[in-house]
Design a protein around this ligand. Structure first.
Ligand SMILES: [Zn+2]
Ligand SMILES: [Zn+2]
Length: 305
């Protein structure tokens, strides 16, 4: 399984000279499965350039939406394949008692916010509510589960040929009770992330910033690391960067996360920062480096306590 990041930003696009390295586009990840078919995780603004890079061989298209906040759907109307009659596109996303997935997306793709209506899009578009569901897409087994965020939100676990990718871009698992005091089965997203090859996870705030953003639906560094410690993935890709965070700031945030992880006994290269256009082959990840000297016990920082 391979992954390419087309947008790693949260909340709103943040283009500009100060975000050239991590990128300004919002959530979108391209996943290439073992049979070379593609899955797309979220349709933030990054999906526009992904659409430009796709060919007829990439049909049919499956898009897994975690939720319908704008930073996860804003690129959909600018995703080229949507305007091709040859395209067959299936959109998966969370159910809501309020309205169907199609009707909720149509609130954005309709007047006065858009020049077209969903029914006018020439591609063959299908919408599926994916709540608490497990199903196959090509060679992959996909599991969707509700996670803690603002409004109906899913995380996804994608398993293909023994490799597991977990995607939880918007997540506040520590809201209400400190993660350290919660049993495994009560931690939001636990089963999705457990022992994954790669976990793509929210790390929007520093711990200090989080004090003013409790309940906003996102993770501070400490909770992201606690969630990793509890769920035991081989690698984590910290994702959903705050629009206020410049490249320099994110370098610092990444170094801080990595240092704290090593102090817990982990290896520096287990913690990765998501950057636009970053590509990872999950079947070819190098073995983690030696664990951090700070903890010195030779053990990875795992605890299910
Ligand atoms: Zn978001
Ligand atoms: Zn959100």
């Amino acid at each position: 399984m391979k992954l390419k990041v087309w947008g790693a930003r949260g909340s709103i696009p943040a283009p500009g000279p100060e975000t050239m390295i991590y990128g300004g586009n919002t959530s979108c990840i391209e996943v290439t499965l073992s049979d070379d078919s593609k899955l797309i995780l979220d349709a933030g603004t990054g999906i526009r350039q992904l659409g430009m890079a796709m060919t007829a061989a990439d049909q049919p298209v499956n898009i897994l939406l975690t939720h319908l906040h704008m930073d996860h759907i804003q690129g959909f109307m600018f995703f080229g394949p949507v305007f091709s009659p040859e395209s067959e596109i299936t959109v998966w996303g969370p159910a809501s008692p309020e309205a169907s997935l199609r009707d909720r997306i149509a609130r954005y793709i309709s007047a006065p916010l858009a020049p077209v209506e969903v029914r006018e899009l020439p591609s063959l578009l299908t919408f599926h509510e994916a709540d608490a569901l497990e199903w196959n897409i090509g060679p992959a087994r996909v599991r969707a589960q509700a996670v803690n965020h603002r409004g109906p939100t899913l995380g996804y676990r994608i398993e293909d040929n023994g490799t597991v990718l977990t995607y939880i871009p918007d997540h506040e698992p520590g809201l209400g009770a400190p993660l350290a005091s919660v049993e495994d089965e009560w931690i939001s997203g636990f089963d999705l992330a457990r022992d994954a090859t790669l976990l793509v996870h929210d790390c929007q705030y520093t711990d200090t910033e989080y004090q003013n953003h409790l309940g906003w639906g996102h993770c501070p560094v400490s909770d992201a690391l606690d969630f990793v410690r509890r769920t035991n993935p081989e690698r984590v890709l910290l994702f959903h960067h705050d629009p206020l965070h410049s490249d320099d700031f994110l370098d610092g945030l990444g170094n801080d996360a990595s240092t704290r992880w090593q102090e817990l006994g982990g290896a520096a290269d287990e913690i990765l920062m998501a950057k636009e256009r970053l590509e990872l082959d999950l079947d070819q990840l190098p073995a983690p480096q030696a664990v951090g000297a700070a903890a010195g016990n030779g053990q990875r920082p795992r605890s299910r306590a």
